[in-house]
Write a protein that binds this ligand. Structure first.
Ligand SMILES: [Zn+2]
Length: 211
């Protein structure tokens, strides 16, 4: 039950942060072989622990009386590829979505974004929502980073726990906002590849929040 309450709490937080509108977006937490995931098309402000679905890594429903999120394949594909990841958050924030329309990635710009999201935030090639195609393209573009933007769609962030995944969502959207605004006023001064690598390394080896 502990994981279910953490999923409910994440739903409240992504809504409060303005990362989703309506019922779009989805959240999951993995615990061993079980994935606790939001139900499809259910309002975040009404979400209770009993609404959270439990599925296995093949997508079979183990517990719950609703339908798992239509993006469950995206969540499973990430968990299968990244054994350091225990939380996946998919949202539809404004600025990450804008970037997805005009750029192939966000270059290394600001300290916090590079540290927690990765040296750059890639935009995955377009895939139909809810498909394995979208899931595989997202995993490919995510690589070893903690954030990836879905083309003409939204944002996915991951973390070793729910705190890291949520902070990554907030920082990734802030980075996208900064990028969109900076593009309007002049030439962007990116961090060098070397400086970006150093920041990410520092985060992974000493800053990372533990459970
Ligand atoms: Zn979506």
């Amino acid at each position: 039950m502990y994981e279910k309450s953490k999923v409910v709490e994440l739903c409240q937080k992504i809504e409060k942060e303005g990362l989703v509108k309506g019922t779009w977006g989805n959240v999951s937490i993995k615990d061993n072989e079980k994935v606790y995931i939001t139900p499809s098309g259910y309002p975040y402000d009404k979400m209770k622990e009993e609404d959270i679905m439990v599925i296995d890594l093949q997508g079979n429903v183990l517990e719950g009386f609703r339908t798992p999120s239509s993006e469950y394949k995206l969540h499973l594909a990430i968990y299968k590829k990244r054994d350091d990841v225990n939380t996946v958050i998919h949202t539809h924030p404004t600025y990450a979505s804008i970037v997805s329309l005009v750029k192939e990635y966000i270059p290394p710009l600001i300290e916090d974004g590079v540290m927690i999201c990765g040296e750059r935030i890639n935009v995955a090639r377009y895939g139909e929502p809810g498909s394995w195609d979208l899931a595989n393209k997202a995993v490919e573009a995510l690589g070893k980073n903690n954030a990836v933007i879905l083309k003409n769609h939204g944002l996915v962030t991951v973390g070793e726990n729910e705190v890291e995944a949520l902070t990554t969502s907030i920082v990734a959207e802030k980075t996208a906002h900064i990028y969109v605004e900076a593009l309007k006023i002049g030439e962007i001064s990116e961090l060098s590849e070397e400086d970006a690598k150093k920041l990410r390394y520092k985060y992974l080896t000493s800053y990372r929040q533990k459970r």
